[in-house]
Design a protein around this ligand. Sequence first.
Ligand SMILES: Cc1cc2nc3c(=O)[nH]c(=O)nc-3n(C[C@H](O)[C@H](O)[C@H](O)COP(=O)(O)O)c2cc1C
Length: 146
Amino acid sequence: MKKVLIAYTSRAGTTDKMANYLAEGVRIAGNETTVVKISSIKKETDLSGYDGYLFGCPTYHKDMTGGMKQFLFLAASANLTGKMGGAFGSHTHSGEAAPMIFETMQHVFKMDVTDLGPLNLTEEMMGTDEGTRACQQYATALCGKF
Ligand SMILES: Cc1cc2nc3c(=O)[nH]c(=O)nc-3n(C[C@H](O)[C@H](O)[C@H](O)COP(=O)(O)O)c2cc1C
């Protein structure tokens, strides 16, 4: 059984829902997961001991949040090279945050990112069963690489 850390931020609750459906997918695939807000991660050792990582942030003002930028600086010191990774986030129209996080995981942290790319869902989609399934399937696909 592998362990996946889901670390995210959410202002209005939609990315929070994504995190919880992703966690269901990890468990459906027979793995363990810890779901945390990035604000509770204080030091790089809080990121150690996991086989896979899902980082999530909504898009505000065509950007990721300041908190997520700080979190990524911390994650840069955690040596995630070669670990499995994916990124997710909710948006309404432009959705910059999840792809930016995904690129950082891939090119800066040199993680083994999922071929699916970032999971970048609209707020509207997250109100549907299709959105729920998209989250669960993203997580099961990530776990399929273990
Ligand atoms: C002030 C404000 C700015 C926003 N800017 C963007 C944006 O630039 N691009 C986008 O796609 N969505 C934008 N959104 C929509 C949010 O990304 C969307 O509501 C998302 O679901 C919020 O996620 P959360 O509930 O996890 O906080 C904005 C929303 C607000 C309130």
